[in-house]
Design a protein around this ligand. Structure first.
Ligand SMILES: [Zn+2]
Length: 319
């Protein structure tokens, strides 16, 4: 059966790329999101993958552009739908939010066909995503520094929680944040439609970090193997799971000197970082409020009072 997504159309054993038209830009030209359809020669499940929902998060499109050329539809059972760049307008200007309506795309799901710019893009991609049996929404810790991890956002009481957790384990970054996300996330809205969904969060960088992209590529292939799109055997690996997330903000201004590396485990009371003057004097020493793992840090060393410094994944276990 021919599968279509926007102008992309692929019969069994074929790959096609095209555009999913969503509206017009300010000069009146129609615009569309770049899409690809990989239609396997054999029947199977459908996987939906999207990238650049946040316009400055480029690792996802790095993953997509490396994965698609490696897929041989003759070897695949099932169909894979890709949207390579979701936040079209933000991507053009390398910003996080859609500049047309100053909205964060991942708060706009499931979207609205007649809504704002972001709501319309959300509705068009939600429509495509909900044709699938599994959804990967490729994100990263924006331009801050972050470990590579996968987020389960549906919440522990959701009927699809175990399925989402399994998908996160199959992706296999090694770390999972299992915490209900804010309203409007694709990984919140799609499980309500009965589709296991996760947000792989592939590190954090300005531009491309090849190591995080490689983890994303491996993750997509792990999912394809585990859910039988590919015949490759796969053994699931245990994941370190954070059930809580603690943020630290600066209580004074200065330069942040971290005493721990990203991915380090820390015990409650251990020093996380110091805030220092330009002459190396310590203004404040900040210790961990809980046991946890250093999950994310700011990129630039200088902080003003109240600015974000870092986050700990807390309440750790493994599964
Ligand atoms: Zn994001």
């Amino acid at each position: 059966m021919t599968t279509r997504l926007g102008t992309a159309s692929a019969g069994p054993g074929e790959v096609d790329t095209g555009r999913l038209e969503v509206g017009e830009t300010r000069d009146g030209s129609p615009f569309g999101l770049p899409v690809a359809v990989v239609n396997g020669a054999k029947p199977g499940k459908t996987l939906y993958v999207q990238a650049v929902s946040d316009g400055d998060e480029l690792h996802g499109v790095g993953v997509v552009q490396r994965v698609v050329p490696q897929l041989d539809p003759a070897e695949i059972a099932g169909t894979i739908l890709f949207v390579g760049i979701v936040n079209y307008h933000a991507f053009q200007v390398a910003e996080h939010r859609n500049p047309i309506d100053d909205t964060k795309m991942n708060r706009a799901y499931p979207g609205s066909e007649n809504g704002t710019s972001s709501e319309r893009i959300a509705a068009a991609t939600f429509d495509a995503a909900t044709r699938a049996d599994l959804i990967l929404d490729l994100h990263q810790g924006s331009t801050s520094r972050m470990i590579d991890e996968v987020r389960v956002r549906c919440g522990k009481r959701h009927r699809l929680h175990d399925d989402c957790l399994e998908l996160a384990k199959a992706f296999g970054c090694g770390y999972v944040l299992d915490q209900k996300g804010p309203d409007g996330q694709l990984a919140r809205a799609a499980p309500d439609e009965g589709i296991p969904t996760v947000d792989p969060e592939l590190g954090g960088a300005v531009g491309w970090d090849e190591e995080s992209i490689r983890k994303g590529v491996d993750g997509v292939f792990n999912v394809l193997s585990y859910y039988d799109f590919l015949e490759e055997p796969i053994e699931l690996e245990r994941q370190t799971r954070a059930n809580g997330f603690e943020q630290y903000g600066a209580s004074c201004g200065g330069l942040v000197d971290f005493e721990k590396e990203l991915g380090d485990e820390v015990a409650r009371g251990e020093t996380l970082y110091r805030i220092t003057t330009p002459f190396g004097e310590t203004k404040e020493t900040v210790t961990a409020d809980s046991d946890g793992l250093l999950w994310r840090t700011r990129r630039l060393p200088q902080v003003a009072t109240g600015e974000y410094v870092c986050s700990l994944g807390t309440d750790l276990d493994s599964y």
